[in-house]
Design a protein around this ligand. Structure first.
Ligand code: PLP
Length: 362
């Protein structure tokens, strides 16, 4: 969080103008600053990341009930957005190394009902965007990236540096309080055409074009001025926060990189990471303990690690009777091995050592 003083200073003009929401001054300024920071063509702020997904699905204008190929190894929001929008999720298995969609398994899932692909840059690992977009172009499919984990990341593609939100037809971010950059609750939709951006902004506000013209059946998904003000404050500090996270990640990698039975995601050399999460994968046989046993030992030592993502989407109560987890065996295995360990900018070496000691059984 910013200091209280910084935030109070930022919200003073809101009290003076009494303009609380509906695309006020803070909203306009944050839109502009984020567009530059994220290096994207167009940016539409939203009330949260989930509504950014739902608005995107509505704006893409896909055929009713179409199939959307996505991943079962994600936060529930991704799948819920598809289902709540009346589409059918089809689950593609993931790559065991970086947990993103396994492109080699993508094409066989395409049917005449497939309309779009919704991949997720899990933990900030960037998907095989070239592979996905080649298949999408070949079959005339839309691509919507859930980029909720990748705030501020950049990617080298063919000698060019691109923002992580610059891929596909649309990419969405979440600015939830738990993410690397936040607006308390919030999100954004990035796209390439001014026309699409305009459509998203109309849908975001009930479909209102003007006082007498309502063109779309849209929800209310606007970001308010106090949230935008929090974003303006946090944006001033986010580079420093990411740098500090990077140091924690380096420290963990150095000390956990060669522990028998513990696997880490490989560093993606073409990506400038935001170090949003630090997942470790526990191989029960070679580590001698299951993920759940290690999770419990951490808990007993007062360390809260998170089984993120477990259960996988197709094993959640609301989905398990509709889909079969055995269709995506890699995702299933990862969900039983994974745990994200404490990661935040101000994590001290001493606290990191406590986590490392439990994992290394020292
Ligand atoms: C956080 C998150 C969302 C949802 O964002 P909210 O801002 O919490 O609505 C969607 N997808 C992924 C992968 C997320 O981590």
């Amino acid at each position: 969080m910013p200091s209280l003083e910084e935030y109070v200073e930022e919200i003073k003009p809101i009290f003076e103008s009494r303009w609380l929401t509906n695309m006020g001054a803070k909203h306009q300024l944050l839109t502009k600053e984020l567009k530059d920071y994220l290096a994207v063509d167009e940016l539409c702020l939203t009330v949260n990341g989930h509504m950014a997904l739902e608005l995107s699905l509505q704006a893409l204008n896909l055929p009713k009930g179409a199939e959307i190929i996505t991943t079962p190894f994600t936060f529930v929001s991704t799948t819920h957005a598809i289902v709540r929008s009346g589409f059918q999720p089809v689950f593609c298995d993931v790559d065991p190394m970086n947990c993103t969609m396994d492109v080699s398994k993508l094409e066989s899932l395409i049917t005449e009902r497939t309309a779009a692909i919704l991949p997720v840059h899990v933990y900030g690992n960037i998907c095989d965007t070239e592979g996905i977009e080649e298949i999408a172009a070949k079959h005339g499919l839309k691509v919507l990236y859930d980029a909720a984990h990748t705030f501020g990341e950049t990617v080298e593609v063919n000698g060019k540096t691109r923002g992580a939100g610059d891929f596909g037809d649309i990419s969405i971010f979440s600015f939830h309080a738990t993410k690397v950059f936040h607006t308390i609750e919030g999100g954004a939709i990035c796209c390439h055409s001014a026309e699409m951006d305009e459509k998203l902004k109309i849908i975001r506000d009930f479909g209102i074009v003007d006082d007498e013209i309502i063109s779309d059946v849209g929800p209310n998904a606007k970001m308010n001025e106090f949230a935008a003000a929090m974003g303006l404050c946090n944006l001033r500090h986010v580079d420093g926060e990411i740098e500090k996270r990077g140091r924690v990640a380096d420290y963990y990698r150095e000390r956990l990189g060669r522990v028998d039975g513990i696997r880490l995601n490989p560093v993606q050399v073409h990506v400038k990471s935001n170090f949003a999460y630090f997942p470790i994968f526990v191989d029960e046989e070679s580590y001698g303990e299951s993920r759940d046993q290690l999770h419990l030992r951490l808990q007993e030592a007062g360390i809260s690690a998170r089984k993120y993502f477990y259960p996988m989407i197709t094993e959640l109560d609301c989905y398990r009777n509709r889909y079969n987890s055995d269709d995506t065996p890699v995702a299933k295995r990862l969900s039983h091995q994974v745990m994200t360990i404490p990661m935040y900018a101000d994590l001290t070496k001493e606290d990191a050592d406590r986590v490392i000691k439990v994992i290394r059984r020292e």
